[in-house]
Ligand binder design. Sequence first.
Ligand SMILES: Cc1cc2nc3c(=O)[nH]c(=O)nc-3n(C[C@H](O)[C@H](O)[C@H](O)COP(=O)(O)OP(=O)(O)OC[C@H]3O[C@@H](n4cnc5c(N)ncnc54)[C@H](O)[C@@H]3O)c2cc1C
Length: 295
Amino acid sequence: MPPSCLIRDHDITALSAFHTPAKARYYFEILDQSALEHLREIYEFSIHEHLPIIFIARGTNFLFAFDVFPGIIIRFDIRGYTLDGWILTVQAWELVSLTSQKIYTEHKNSHLIPWVWLPGTWGGAIAGNAGWFGLEAKDFLLDVAIYDMARWTHETWTREQCLFAYRTSKLKAQSQRLILSARFDLGAIVENPYMEMSLAEFMSVRREKQPAGHTCGSFFKNPPWESAGRLIDAVGLKWTRIGWAKISEVHANFFMNDEHGTFQDILALRDLAKKTIQESYKITLEEEVRIISVK
Ligand SMILES: Cc1cc2nc3c(=O)[nH]c(=O)nc-3n(C[C@H](O)[C@H](O)[C@H](O)COP(=O)(O)OP(=O)(O)OC[C@H]3O[C@@H](n4cnc5c(N)ncnc54)[C@H](O)[C@@H]3O)c2cc1C
């Protein structure tokens, strides 16, 4: 019997920033600390029934490549942050953009200006080592508080234990360790030109570079010393449309769902871009977006 806290056949379309239609066989939402108590029984149920688990925060880095996920989606929404001198402590589900704005407007500290428009949560930014305008999570993270569902332990991981690399870490595509909170040292952020900008100036830089809509931002990682967007633009794929999905005319590494797009439309765009770049430049593009497929 599934634990009674699990919701069956839940519509998760809105949980991915692509908004392609999708459902989950089981769904669990953590809205306060007491909900964490259910994780042990959920994990045991998943092992017993051989069900995959996915942690999802704001879904700004996910493509659901299925109609129904045959497992358990765990979503969380506990927020909050404190700033003590230079030390920022965040709940994993606090929004990066909101914290960064408040640190500027309420605490008069401009070090997080480059992250004012970074979509998603602090947990997502740590798991994927998010980077925006030259600043990556690994550059100023001190440590991460984690709940290990398999071992029922609370642990504190150092930056080194997270094994950060370009847009990934040991915490990204796994379903056992939940990031609960983290500490960052704002004093470790290296001076950069964006710190001198007002919020309005920074917003206009950002608007110029990125389109708005149903997208997960950069679809591919940049190859070494190259820009995936520049390559896709150079082979003439900007504006390319398949079904209801298209490659943005503003930024060629942004794939957009124009309201009714399906995951098949987006995967077809992905395949086209990969094949064309492979043939033209002998470069294999690697996905930055986490694609969840079902066999
Ligand atoms: C318009 C747009 C622009 C973007 N530009 C950039 C950019 O410039 N640079 C960049 O790096 N990214 C960019 N992104 C991608 C996205 O903002 C980041 O990947 C973001 O950090 C994801 O956060 P999230 O809360 O949405 O995580 P989700 O997409 O929900 O999850 C991402 C990964 O983190 C894991 N995860 C999330 N929270 C936890 C947790 N608490 N515990 C364990 N695992 C967890 C998930 O399982 C998943 O593997 C952009 C996205 C959009 C929509």
